[in-house]
Design a protein around this ligand. Structure first.
Ligand SMILES: [Zn+2]
Length: 331
């Protein structure tokens, strides 16, 4: 990264923050911790939320809500002074930071920093599934290992098999099972009744899309990409390109499309939470008592080298909690 570029990167990051400020409302400051360092490989950035469950006014018990959304629903900060979202952006010589770039513009071989920042902040604000897949056994799961809670995202996901639509239906899709693993890896025909892939069924998103929204669920599980993104075949090059799992050089994807906006509405950002799958307590869920539970990740390691402090003043300041890592790979 050329000397002096960090300030332009920070400006691009702040424009990404402003995009979300214009998209989602909260009376509670959202604190974002984002650092700039050399991640290596083809990963451009990763970011995620801390999760909170059972804080007292939760719309549904035993479900992880991203801190920022829990604060909004609560109408006050549940963990004052703590970050809500955290993550990293990598150092590259070929970041585009040009403010004038617009969606669809080609910027040669450069990757658009602002596009990646908008994408990563989207994960931090709730676009996160936290699914797991064991290649040795074929078992899949959508709950954390300690508390057995899903993320709010999973209150709306399911297969095309009407009898077993929702992934939270533990009769059809037991946690850590082959039927769950199959639906997460696009297999049909046997254990899940012919369903292939996984879809998002929240009302707002379905209305915006004109049908169930296909999530990224390739045949081979991709850690950090599968399940927690929109399907790339369906949505690349569309208004919903932002939350597909990868970005190419020259691609500008800074806008939050109506389907993606609909998903955030479904999570509870703009309308009362309404999930058929989460309407009743899920079997096997752990009952938590007392204070709000905070789900944090051992993954959060902020190194001191090359750190660009991106403490954003204002409505959005950006923490991390998912067990999964959310990658935005270059193509
Ligand atoms: Zn991503």
């Amino acid at each position: 990264m050329p000397p002096g570029e960090s300030s332009t990167l920070q400006q691009a990051f702040e424009r990404a923050v402003a995009t979300w400020e214009a998209t989602l409302d909260s009376s509670v400051e959202i604190r974002v911790e984002a650092t700039l360092e050399n991640i290596g490989g083809s990963t451009l950035g990763y970011m995620g939320p801390y999760g909170t469950a059972n804080w007292g006014t939760q719309p549904v018990d035993n479900v992880w809500f991203p801190h920022a959304l829990a604060d909004k629903i609560n109408g006050g900060d549940l963990a004052s002074g703590n970050y809500d979202i955290t993550g990293k952006m990598t150092c590259r010589d070929d970041w585009n930071t040009d403010d004038a770039s617009t969606d669809g513009d080609g910027y040669g071989g450069e990757y658009d920093f602002e596009s990646v920042a908008v994408h990563e902040l989207g994960h931090g604000l709730g676009f996160v599934g936290g699914a797991s897949y064991d290649g040795a056994t074929g078992n899949g799961g959508v709950r954390d290992d300690t508390n057995n809670f899903p993320w709010v995202y999973t209150c709306f996901t399911g297969s095309t098999n009407p009898g077993g639509r929702y992934l939270l239906n533990q009769n059809e899709f037991p946690e850590d099972s082959v039927p769950m693993g199959d639906v997460l890896t696009n297999k049909g025909g046997t254990s899940n009744g012919g369903a292939a892939g996984v879809y998002f069924y929240g009302d707002h998103a379905v209305n915006a899309n004109g049908g169930a929204v296909k999530l990224y669920s390739p045949d081979a599980w991709e850690e950090g990409s599968s399940y927690s993104h929109l399907d790339s075949v369906t949505f690349n090059g569309t208004a919903e390109d932002l939350m597909t799992p990868s970005i190419g050089p020259g691609d500008i994807t800074r806008s939050v499309g109506p389907v993606t906006q609909g998903m955030f509405n479904d999570f509870g950002w703009t309308d009362p939470f309404n999930s058929e799958a989460c309407a009743s307590p899920t079997p096997n869920a752990v009952t938590m008592q007392g204070m709000a539970t905070t789900y944090t990740s051992a993954f959060l390691v902020i190194e001191k080298d090359n750190v660009l402090p991106l403490a954003i003043a204002g409505v959005l300041v950006i923490i991390f909690g998912a067990a999964s890592i959310f990658l935005y790979r270059r193509k």
